[in-house]
Design a protein around this ligand. Sequence first.
Ligand SMILES: O=C(O)[C@H](O)[C@@H](O)[C@H](O)[C@H](O)COP(=O)(O)O
Length: 249
Amino acid sequence: MPTKAQDSMMIVSEPTRDELGARAGSHAGRVLREALRGGGTARVMLAAAPSQSATLAALAAEAGIDWARVELFHMDEYVGLAPDAPQGFATWLTTTFVGHLPGARLHRIDPAGDAEAEAARYGELLGREPFDLVLLGLGVNGHLAFNDPPADFADPCGVRVVALDATSRRQQVEEGHFATFDDVPATAVTVTIPRLLNAATVIASVPGRAKRTAVAQTLREPIGPMHPGTALRTHPNVTLYLDAEADPR
Ligand SMILES: O=C(O)[C@H](O)[C@@H](O)[C@H](O)[C@H](O)COP(=O)(O)O
């Protein structure tokens, strides 16, 4: 499919979710092989969500990546879940992705315990070095990680505790992760937008009809806090992978 620039963002539209994943995963594989060339390490920031499944599956199948030299982080976690709860984002990532990669290390955000202290700890761990690669999705409300609108594009903090808005919590019920709205934790630890976008390469995987409005807003609305996804247009190296259902054009 043709690609097209929107502001500085490249857009790749594929017919299906699996084709989107194959294309985004192979892009991520190229970025990682390049980052690892010369024998160093690479730092990768991950979203943990169904929209990422096809991309992560394709990336896991990529050849020539020494996962023992890749440090993996995740961008958000619910507050108050048991550390092994199936809804936990670190647990989901371990089961679907990291557990299949020999030698890969995921730095987990701990959902139990003192959330403020955990946000501070994780922020320290991330430090200020840019990520080599960020793989992210877009919420139904346009969020990046758990930065719901209005999102702070200039947050001086790297990781913080946030209240989840109703759309974000409903999305989790609609996707089948929780039985009821009240079961979805009301707060989360999230990497902030400036820290998330402090990255050499950002690959956004956004499949599905439920995301079409959020994609349209991300592409067309003025850049600003009410549409967190518009922050992607401020970054020089973002590729947005869509499937036909998500593509509003
Ligand atoms: O899961 C995460 O790590 C992030 O909180 C979130 O930003 C997510 O990537 C989008 O909400 C898309 O989520 P879905 O794939 O569930 O639609």
